[in-house]
Write a protein that binds this ligand. Structure first.
Ligand code: TYM
Length: 311
């Protein structure tokens, strides 16, 4: 069985764009692979300095994955900080790559341009991500387009280590989840927390209804494009074509139909999520962390021998 590895930062409540773009396809892929899903809490520390929020977000991510159908008996769900081998290997990679090489990172430049503090952790971010992936002899990494360069960094770190110390790491491939970029928000721009235009995945029905009713529509158009684009996540083109033709110009009816479709998807997931206690979530990641660590410790033992720190 091929190995899949993916991760996400625990940076707050998920929206339906995250669900259709990353969570759902990753959970589906996990069924076919020997999968590891990691909550990148040390990556989140590069920007989040609020311990209560971090704790809450970590448990939130566990519940989100469980609600979306991840089976922890089949897929290892764990958090980065429970496996210290990640930060250890990241250090070793940092000793192999140069500052100008890391300066090429788009993500670093974008984040600093957005006003994020240019801390050293943010700068070395790609080497921690390379360590995450390479520790487990990963074959495939499902991610959004914004992570493509990070995969190039991971392959480069593997090649640099293999050249310096002998064949050790497998070069992983990204599987770019294309649909992510096109999920629009309630204003028609890409759905993104930083634009404040999201429909949260686990909001109440009333909250969702209010947001859908506020989707910006063009009063001159026959069909409300922004409503349709979100609706297209829930129904086939044929179904929508009938619905939108029959209700030409009736924006309220179409929005109500979208609310019903969102609710039909979310209600069972919301119930599943509400049934998972914080204690359950903690137990799941603790067990996942133990399984991940068992694998990571074997790999790091080989690395320590190769670099010469094991005497
Ligand atoms: P993160 O937490 O930013 O996002 C998690 C996943 O969702 C995708 N994604 C998007 N892609 C395109 N457009 C969007 N608007 C959008 N929103 C979310 C991301 O591409 C990603 O797949 N560095 C990673 C976390 C990480 C990781 C790893 C991933 C750490 N170690 C190892 C894979 C393998 C990140 O910040 O993702």
């Amino acid at each position: 069985m091929q190995r899949l590895f993916t991760g996400l930062q625990p940076s707050g409540a998920l929206h339906i764009g995250n669900y259709f773009g990353a969570l759902k396809p990753a959970v589906e892929m996990c069924r076919e692979y020997d999968g590891l899903v990691m909550i990148a809490d040390y990556h989140a520390l590069t920007s989040l300095k609020n311990p209560d929020a971090l704790r809450r977000n970590i448990l939130g991510v566990v519940k989100d994955y469980m609600a979306a159908g991840l089976d922890p008996a089949h897929t290892i769900l764990f958090k980065q900080s429970d496996v210290p081998e990640h930060t250890e290997l990241a250090w070793i990679f940092q000793c192999l790559v140069t500052v100008p090489f890391l300066e090429l990172s788009h993500a670093y430049k974008d984040k600093v341009a957005k006003g994020l503090e240019a801390n050293a952790g943010l700068f070395a971010y790609p080497m921690l991500m390379a360590a995450d992936i390479l520790l487990y002899d990963t074959d495939v990494v499902p991610v959004g387009e914004d992570q493509r360069q990070h995969l190039e960094y991971a392959r480069e770190a593997a090649a640099k280590f293999n050249n310096a110390f002998g064949e050790t790491f497998k070069e992983p491939k990204e599987k770019i989840l294309k649909s992510i970029a096109v999920v629009p928000g309630i204003d028609g721009k890409k759905m993104s927390k930083s634009y404040g235009n999201t429909i949260p995945l686990f909001a109440t029905k009333d909250e969702i209804a209010k947001l859908v009713m506020s989707i910006i529509t063009d009063s001159k158009a026959e069909s409300p494009v922004n409503v349709y684009s979100i609706h297209a996540l829930f129904r086939t083109r044929e179904e929508l074509s009938t619905l939108y033709t029959e209700n030409k110009g009736k924006y309220k009816v179409l929005k109500e139909a979208l609310i019903d479709d969102i609710e039909a998807l979310i209600a069972p997931m919301r119930a599943k999520r509400d049934a998972i206690s914080d204690e359950d979530a903690k137990r799941i990641i603790k067990e996942g962390g133990e399984k991940a660590r068992e694998r990571a410790s074997k790999k790091i033992a080989d690395v320590r021998t190769k670099v010469g720190v094991s005497v």
